[in-house]
Structures are given as C-alpha cells and as structure tokens.
Design a protein around this ligand. Structure first.
Ligand SMILES: Cc1cc2nc3c(=O)[nH]c(=O)nc-3n(C[C@H](O)[C@H](O)[C@H](O)COP(=O)(O)OP(=O)(O)OC[C@H]3O[C@@H](n4cnc5c(N)ncnc54)[C@H](O)[C@@H]3O)c2cc1C
Length: 475
C-alpha cells in the first residue's frame, strides 16, 4: 500500500526557483488549480505575470482531491436559498470552462464524462428540493434515492501540468520551490518577500489555499478545516460514474482507469486527536486491497460559499471552496481576471470576501474557534501521553521535540511546534508525517513543510539557536 495520493505517484520536474529581485504586473502566489487557472485566464492580456509556489506543481491540495468536476454538490443543501441559483449557475459555468480549456488545448489529463449521482440514505425530502433547484438550470433525472446528471472526472495532476505547460509557452514565469514569507504594501506598490529576494507587483493574487498572510479576513473565525482520507483500490470494471451523498456521514466515489477511488473518515481537522485510534478505525473501515491511501483537507466557510475577490487594494484572494475546488478554483480564476481588468463579473458580489454574513451564521463563530482552541490545548496537554508506537516526545533545553524512529532504528528529530500558530504537532501514522491539528500544516519526517498554512520548516539542528520564524502578516 502506498501512502501518497494516486495523482502524485509521478515524476515531477520543477521550474527553477526565484534567485533575483523582479518586478511584475501580476504576482500569483500558489500554483494549485486556482493559481494556474488564473494565469491561464490572464495569458492574453498585456500584463507581465509570474507564479510562485513553495513546492513543485502537482504537489498541492488539488492533486490530493478526488478529481471530480461537478455541479451536483452536497454543498447545495447548505447554501442560503437566495444564493443557490446563482451559485449553481457559477458551478455549471466552471464545469464548461474546464471542458473547453481541455479540448482547446488538447490537455492529456484522462478527462471523461461520466454519470454523476447525488444520493441519500435517508433524506428524500431534501433530494426532491434539490431536484427542483437543479432542473431549473440543467436536466436531472430522479429515481428512488438518487438524482442523476452528467458530470466529469480527470487526473488533477495531469491537468495542472497541462496548464503549467500552456503558461510557460505564453511567457508566464513560474518559480517553484519558492516560498513567500511576507507581504508588504507601501503607497501604490506591493512587495512579496522570499527569504532572499523580493517581488514588486501591481497586483497580488493570493491563492496558497489558506491565505495565511491576511488578518483582516478573520478566516479562522469564519471557517474550519475538514479532513478526509481517500483510498484507491484496483477493480475489474470501471463503471464510468461518480457520486456523493447529501447525508451527514460523507460518501464520495469515482473510478479512474482500473481503480475505484473513495472517501473515508471525514471530520473537522481539530476533532480526531488520538491519531492511533483514528488509524485503527481507518484500517477497520478500509478494504485490505487498497493500493493508495492519503489524506486531504479543505477550508469550509461559515455560509458554505467561497471567498473570492479583492481583500485589500490590489490584493485578491480565492479560498474556502468547501471541498469543491475544481469548479470554484476555476470560476475564481475568471472572477479575478475580470476584476484585475476592471470588468464586471456577475458573481463578484456573491463571492465577495467582505460580504456580510447572516446573523444566524455568526452563531457558528464560537464553535469554529473552540474547535481550534480545543485542539491547541489538547495537544499541549496530551503530547506526552504517547498514542504512538514509533514516536516519542522530548524536551531539550526547554524546547519540545518530536522524534520518529524508522524501521531501521534511525531517529528523525523535529521541533514539535507549528511555526504558524505554535500549536504542538501530532504524528500522522497513515502518511508518516507531522501534522498540525489546528490548521492542517504538514511536515515530512525531517521537518520540511510540505503543506501550509505554515511557511516554515521544523527541521531540528543541534547546536543552532532555536529560531522559529513568526507568522508574517501583511502590513
Ligand atoms: C478529501 C477531499 C476531496 C476533494 N475532492 C474534490 C473533487 O473531487 N472535486 C472538487 O472540485 N474539489 C475537491 N476537493 C477540494 C479541492 O481539492 C480544493 O478545494 C482545491 O484543490 C484547492 O485548490 P487551491 O488552488 O486553492 O489550493 P492548492 O491546490 O493547495 O494550491 C495552493 C498552492 O499554493 C502553494 N503555496 C502555499 N503557501 C505558499 C507560499 N507561502 N508561497 C508560495 N506558494 C505557496 C502550495 O504549495 C500549493 O501548490 C476535495 C477536497 C478534499 C478535502
């Protein structure tokens, strides 16, 4: 069994990192589906564009998803009735945009149309309501406990690599293994800093999944992170269909060549802190034939709709896709492209990051914060009560360390504190990495940060002063 995403099981070639100061019109931070799609949308403008990514293209949240492109989303049951028609319209538009991009550019990403199901095990009434909503804009068929319509699936890593190729062909610079650690705004100009260089830009598109740099968005109070495990197992027959249910316990599936891919164990990231219990449950619920198992996380928002648009003068964000990033990341790219060019976009108010939130949604604020606080406190209290077999915790000179002992007895030592908000880290036994239960940053065995919101590593160096960089907020 491999502990990586099925889409990430490929050789990736990185473009060079940034090694000098540069000036551009549009700087895009993050080369996931949102960042690369935005560059694609802007490619025919006169703007000088560059994208930076702290990792390599193909290693982001996008390439840990299920790779379904659909407007038949469980989220539709949670969106306010006054927004639902417009939201659905945006998702249908995004679905069509992706198909056109793939066809126009011959992107080889195993794209195929499949029957797409939205089903329930108990809530037929909600399903009937959804049928009416969907049928206003698209043809759906209802039978027993499901709705059926058209949908599509692809290999998200191949899609991103296809977009990357098109961007490079259009003289859009892509700097990989380049982490932005600080943003600064002075009068008319924006600067983004790596640890060696700076980028001067007219516009910054902030799409690193979790926009850690921005305090005014108050994201931790308006969102939480949901984590799920995904499995891929070999099957005899590809049934050319995909689906998701609308019930509380999420069931989601699709086929890919001779693999069946399905979701298991979804929860708030701050909920399941006993990692070994979680691991054992996972093994119980997972078939023995599983070839790949990995986890993914996404940002869930207070009103179940993304935040897309200007957050400050000339700084745009797109985040909070509520597990529907292929369509939302794509529609975000269109909105951002229009806003930068001062064009109207019909969804700009719907997804405005500064939109007012309904009073009833504010009730969720304390719940969101208490989840993170509970995780924070609990890791501080519990970390020495070892849940694990091959992991131990130690204090050296007043500094907490986490130590993983591999099959050869080698000790891998890291600082056990997330550079983002100083939460203590837990060990993820499924993927063999360190993970923050508050906001989901992930670090490999030797402390390299492989997923944000942290922008810093936790690599332990004996004899070096402990200097954990603080989070850098936008000035
Ligand atoms: C279990 C699960 C299954 C899912 N399945 C689906 C699905 O089938 N269909 C669907 O539509 N959606 C799905 N999603 C949602 C989808 O995966 C995400 O919403 C989407 O991929 C987010 O894309 P993004 O561009 O915002 O982020 P990412 O793809 O994570 O891209 C952000 C990039 O920014 C880079 N970055 C971060 N910080 C910095 C920095 N400081 N400097 C430079 N670069 C930085 C990262 O390295 C990364 O490459 C799923 C989510 C989950 C949790």
């Amino acid at each position: 069994m491999k502990n990586i995403s099925i889409w990430q099981d490929i050789e990736l070639e990185a473009s060079p990192s940034l090694d000098s100061d540069i000036t551009v019109d549009v700087l895009i931070i993050g080369a996931g589906i949102t960042g690369l799609s935005t560059a694609y949308q802007l490619k025919n403008t006169n703007y000088k564009i560059c994208i930076v990514d702290k990792n390599v293209v193909g290693k982001s949240v996008t390439t840990k998803s299920t790779g379904k492109i659909t407007f038949m989303q469980d989220t539709l049951t949670k969106i306010d009735s006054k927004n639902i028609d417009n939201y659905l319209k945006s998702q249908i538009e995004a679905y069509n945009i992706i198909e056109n991009i793939i066809k126009e550019n011959n992107i080889d990403c195993d794209y195929e149309k499949v029957d797409n199901y939205l089903f329930t095990n108990k809530d037929i009434k909600t399903l009937e309501k959804l049928e009416k909503t969907l049928n206003k804009q698209i043809k759906v068929e209802k039978k027993d406990n499901y709705l059926k319509s058209i949908g599509a699936v692809f290999n998200p890593a191949k899609y991103l690599l296809g977009l990357k190729k098109i961007c490079l062909k259009n003289n859009i610079k892509i700097y990989e293994n380049t982490t932005i650690i600080r943003l600064e705004k002075t009068d008319e100009t924006l600067y983004a800093y790596t640890n060696k260089n700076k980028i001067k830009a007219k516009y910054i598109v902030l799409v690193p999944h979790y926009p850690v740099f921005l305090t005014p968005l108050f994201l931790p109070m308006k969102s939480y992170l949901e984590k799920s495990y995904l499995c891929a197992e070999k099957i005899e027959e590809n049934k050319k269909m995909s689906g998701i249910n609308i019930d509380k316990k999420v069931e989601s599936f699709r086929y890919y060549n001779n693999y069946y891919i399905y979701l298991t164990e979804s929860s708030k990231i701050s909920d399941k802190l006993n990692s070994s219990e979680c691991f054992n449950n996972l093994l119980k619920n997972t078939s023995k034939k599983v070839d790949y198992i990995w986890s993914n996380k996404d940002i869930m928002t207070i009103d179940n709709m993304p935040y897309i648009g200007f957050i400050k003068e000339n700084i745009l964000i797109a985040t909070g896709y509520n597990t529907w990033g292929m369509t939302n990341g794509t529609i975000a790219s269109k909105i951002i492209c229009d806003l930068i060019q001062n064009k109207n976009n019909e969804y700009k108010d719907l997804f405005n990051p500064n939109r007012s939130i309904k009073i009833t949604d504010y009730i969720k604020f304390p719940i969101y914060i208490s989840g993170t606080l509970k995780a924070f406190a609990s890791t501080k209290l519990n970390k020495n009560k070892s849940f694990y077999k091959n992991v131990k915790f130690e204090e050296r000179d007043g500094i907490s360390l986490g130590i993983y002992i591999d099959e050869n007895g080698k000790q891998h030592i890291v600082y056990n504190k997330c550079p983002h908000m100083k939460c203590s880290l837990l060990f993820n036994e499924v993927e063999k990495l360190w993970e923050c239960p508050c906001h989901g940053s992930k670090f490999d065995l030797d402390g390299k940060c492989i997923e944000g919101p942290s922008n810093f590593n936790i690599t332990y160096k004996e004899d070096s002063n402990y200097d954990m960089n603080p989070v850098s907020w936008t000035k």
